[in-house]
Every structure is written in structure tokens, then in C-alpha cells.
Design a protein around this ligand. Structure first.
Ligand code: NAP
Length: 482
């Protein structure tokens, strides 16, 4: 029997209790696992390690390639970033797989509908990169960066995961109707990648409707793939369909590393009470076993959980019906082990093959173009002047240059030239400046010349070039712009 060495990060709050439970159950299957127990989170922050992840933990993961972790609390008042985010970024776990599966015995409004769907969430990009700026004292900005490569990797992962479990459809949920370049890139990539998986049906749904459909008729979905924030929100929503965060496992998958963890956090008020539901981390362990090829042991644990909940009716506090006494975390854990090998009528293991990890080029210039030019630029300015006044100022400023004013907008809506003034402005305007000769490529010093001519009453806060790649506009039109 192959011996595996796995990094185990117990984590903060309820982490150590659920990690103990998971380790005990996996060990009881007879698998030979050497657990390398490592620190991250609170303990590391308190030692002054700003990332929340000590070097020994990083080295352990580099050696072992696989980790299972309890939740880590996000520092408030000390430390720099979340240790979770540090781990995800350091080990480039670009895809987060979150299964939503109904368990016999767990009463929810959806009981008996055999829910079994999976949300695959992009894990490294999007608004969660946390790149934010105050444009003015009263206007903030968060950059939503979506790459073709990042999208392709997670979308291929979703299709490969579907194949590994013999699932029939993958649905992309996006907001491409509004965010045509970011969410739109994700959707277009999905449509391209889907062609490589003719055995799997590919659908698209607008993400707000996906939320509605998930509550109304969740069984219509098989695998859903989404950008980071959409996936985060909809996977939490979906976990509630099957009994809540206590039943929501997750796997963070990268090219070289995989980190398994429950979706939930440290639930600090329950720490040390031996009352928490450990199922989400145990099921994350089940995903980990499948990932390393221990499919039989994984199925055995899953069926024992089904028996414990559905036949023995052992419930922890979070799902315990009113007239029953809740079991402790350790009683529940021991009961699962006792039920190894017991069969339930309803449990049927899904088909699980080892998942093929997608191979996507690591070249930074993932998308190349034959032709490109800059046709103008958007200048974000801080000013309390009326848009018309700013418009007249720019028309005069640009008159003797190679540029012309196209329009002025505020938060995406054109306010100059316009037929009607908006009543409620902000102290930030976006001035769209275009080259008079659209066949030329705008050069940087022409842009900086304009910036140097702005007076102190109009401060520029941000410049965005307007690119055209192979004849396709690399920017969106302002609402109301021709
Ligand atoms: P949370 O820890 O997930 O807890 C929210 C609530 O969810 C709990 O109060 C409890 O609900 C329920 N819950 C969570 N885990 C459960 C379990 N195993 N069994 C049963 N119920 C469970 O979220 P939070 O309070 O927002 O976050 C606490 C800390 O965790 C924060 O520092 C946050 O940053 C961190 N966090 C870490 C991760 C991670 O490590 N991956 C993820 C999310 C949050 P009731 O109160 O209704 O009983």
C-alpha cells in the first residue's frame, strides 16, 4: 500500500476539533498516511509572521504537494493579509471545487430531491485580488481583473472534474450581459473550451438568474463554473440547500498543489465546545482521498456518513431536530467509524475516476495579436465643477492638439454632451479623449503632455488607455455614447 505524506493544518477556532475528527476517520480506513502537522493563521500572526504562514508550513506543502486545513481566522488589527489568501496565492490553487450533496436524514426544505451538484469557482482573480483605490476622498474603486488564461484553466478544470465523475453538463454562470469585457471574457472562453468536451453539454446562464434557479430548481444543475466572487456567493447559498455550512466541503486545486478545506470559517463561538459539525472537513478529506486515488476508502467514509445521519440519526447541534439530543463532535466521529462498511439503501457512490488536471500554457503572453493600437484614453479626474464646465475646458485644451473630447461620464453614464443634466453627481468624472486621426497609434508623450496642462482645479487620478486589438475595441462604450 502506498504511503502518503500529507500536510495537516488544524487552523483556528473550531479548526483543531474538526481536523482531529477528520484525521481520526481517515486513519481508521487503514490508509497509511503520515500527517505533517503545521501551523498557519492566528498562531503565526501572533509570532509576527505577516503572511500568517510560517516557512516550515510552506516547505511542508512544497514537499508533500497536498494539504488539508482547518479554517483560519482573518486578522483584524494585526497581520497584513488573510493566511487563506496567502496559501491560495503561494500555491496557485486556481480552482475551488465545492460539491453540494444531499445527505439522507438531514432535513431541509429540499430533502428527498437528491441534490448533487458542484460549483467550480475561480480562486485567484476577479475582485478578490483585493486591488482597491480611493479615487477621491469619496469615490472608491476595486479592479476586476480577469485573464483569458485564468479563465481557461478553471473552465477546463470544471470540464475535467465533470468527466471524472461522469457528469453530463457544465453551466457557466456569468454577468457577461453587463460586464462585457471581464465576465464576457469568461463566457467567451467557456464557449471556446466547451468545444474540446463534446461529450459534455455546455450551457450559459446569467448569474442572477442562476441564484434564482438554484433556489427554485437546483436539481437542473450538474457542474456550475463561475468567476471568483460569483462562485463564492452562490456556493454559500447552495450549501444552505443541503443543510448549511456544516455540509460544504471544498478543494483548492492548482497545477502542482492541492489544498482541501471546508467552506466555512473558524466559528469562534463554538471553539473548544465539542459541538461543531465536522462533516464539511471530513468530506473535504473524502475529496482529498479521491484526488490521491483512494476511491474505495473515500466511498466508505461517504457511505458511513450517510448511515450515521440517515439510519443512526446522529446529529450535531446545527441540524438536530427539536426533540432529539444533539451528539457531540467526538460521538458523531466515533459513530462514523463504527459504521464503516454498513450499507444503506439510498447510498450509491458516484463514478469517480482520477481527475486529469488541465494542461494550459504557462506563457505570460497567452493571447497574442497581429495588430494593436491606442486610439485615445480615459482620464479620470477629481473635480466639483459641473460636467459642462469641464467639457468646455477640455474642448479648449484639446483644440490645438491631436486629440478631441469624445464625452464625459460619471460612473459609466454620459453627462457631457448631454440633453439633460443629472441631479446627483460625484467629485469624479471620466473624460474620454480620442485621437483626431483614428488610424494613428497614440504615443505616451502625447498623453502626458495633456496631463501636464491640467490646472490644479482638475486633478487627474487615473489614466486608462483605449486599446484596439485586431480591430476589436478593448474598452466599453459609455452608456449613451455613440
Ligand atoms: P463562519 O466561521 O463560517 O461561521 C458562521 C456561522 O456558520 C457559524 O456561526 C455557524 O452558524 C455556522 N457554521 C460554521 N461552521 C459550521 C460547522 N462546521 N457546523 C455547523 N455550523 C457551522 O463565518 P464567520 O463567523 O463569518 O467567520 C469567522 C472567521 O472565519 C473569520 O475570521 C473569517 O475570516 C474566517 N473564515 C475563514 C475561512 C477559511 O479558513 N477558509 C472561511 C470563511 C471564514 P450559527 O451561528 O447559526 O450556529
Amino acid at each position: 500500500m502506498t504511503k502518503h505524506t500529507i500536510t495537516l493544518i488544524p487552523g483556528d477556532g473550531i479548526g483543531p476539533e474538526i481536523a482531529d475528527s477528520t484525521r481520526k476517520i481517515i486513519d481508521a480506513t487503514g490508509l497509511k498516511i503520515d500527517w505533517e502537522v503545521c501551523e498557519a493563521g492566528d498562531a503565526a500572526f501572533k509570532k509576527g509572521i505577516g503572511t500568517g504562514v510560517p516557512n516550515e508550513t510552506i516547505e511542508s506543502l512544497e514537499r508533500n504537494k497536498i494539504a488539508i486545513k482547518g479554517p483560519l481566522s482573518t486578522p483584524v488589527g494585526y497581520g497584513e493579509k488573510s493566511a487563506n489568501v496567502t496559501l491560495r496565492k503561494l500555491f496557485e490553487t486556481y480552482g475551488n471545487i465545492r460539491p453540494i450533496k444531499e445527505f439522507l436524514g438531514v432535513q431541509t426544505p429540499y430533502s428527498g430531491r437528491n441534490l448533487d451538484l458542484v460549483i467550480v469557482r475561480e480562486n485567484l482573480e476577479d475582485l478578490y485580488a483585493g486591488i482597491e483605490y480611493m479615487q477621491t476622498p469619496g469615490v472608491s474603486e476595486c479592479l476586476k481583473l480577469i485573464s483569458r488564461k485564468g479563465s481557461e484553466k478553471v473552465i477546463r478544470l470544471a470540464f475535467e472534474f465533470a468527466r471524472s465523475q461522469n457528469r453530463k453538463t457544465v453551466t457557466c454562470a456569468s454577468k457577461a450581459n453587463i460586464m462585457k469585457l471581464t465576465e464576457g471574457l469568461f463566457k467567451r472562453t467557456f464557449e471556446d473550451v466547451a468545444k474540446d468536451y463534446p461529450d459534455i453539454e455546455a450551457h450559459h446562464v446569467i448569474v442572477d438568474n442562476a441564484a434564482h434557479q438554484l433556489v427554485k430548481k437546483p436539481e437542473q444543475f450538474d457542474v456550475l463554473v463561475m468567476t471568483n466572487m460569483n462562485g463564492d456567493i452562490l456556493s454559500d447559498l447552495s450549501s444552505a440547500l443541503v443543510g448549511g455550512l456544516g455540509f460544504a466541503p471544498g478543494a483548492n486545486i492548482g497545477d502542482k498543489y492541492a489544498i482541501f478545506e471546508a467552506v466555512h470559517g473558524t466559528a469562534p463561538k463554538y471553539a473548544g465546545t465539542n459541538t461543531i459539525n465536522p462533516t464539511a472537513l471530513i468530506l473535504s478529506g473524502v475529496m482529498m482521498l479521491r484526488h490521491i486515488g483512494a476511491i474505495e476508502e473515500a466511498n466508505m467514509i461517504e457511505e458511513a456518513i450517510t448511515y450515521t445521519l440517515g439510519v443512526d440519526r446522529y446529529f450535531t447541534r446545527d441540524i438536530c431536530p427539536p426533540k432529539m439530543t444533539a451528539k457531540t463532535t467526538s460521538e458523531y466521529t466515533d459513530c462514523i467509524i463504527k459504521n464503516f462498511g454498513k450499507k444503506t439503501e439510498t447510498y450509491q457512490a458516484r463514478e469517480h475516476k482520477l481527475m486529469k488536471l488541465p494542461k494550459v500554457s504557462t506563457r505570460p503572453d497567452f493571447v497574442t495579436v497581429k495588430d494593436r493600437k491606442v486610439v485615445g484614453f480615459d482620464l479620470f479626474v477629481e473635480t466639483v465643477k459641473k460636467p459642462k464646465e469641464v467639457g468646455v475646458f477640455f474642448e479648449a485644451l484639446l483644440e490645438k492638439t491631436s486629440f478631441k473630447l469624445s464625452c464625459i461620464s460619471t460612473r459609466g453614464v454620459k453627462v457631457y454632451p448631454t440633453l439633460k443634466d443629472l441631479d446627483d453627481g460625484a467629485d469624479m468624472l471620466t473624460v474620454r479623449v480620442m485621437a483626431k486621426d483614428q488610424s494613428l497609434d497614440v504615443i505616451d508623450c502625447d498623453i502626458t503632455d495633456i496631463l501636464l496642462q491640467l490646472g490644479s482645479e482638475i486633478r487627474w487620478t487615473h489614466v486608462e488607455k483605449l486599446n484596439v486589438f485586431d480591430g476589436v475595441l478593448g474598452y466599453t462604450k459609455v452608456h449613451g455614447e455613440n
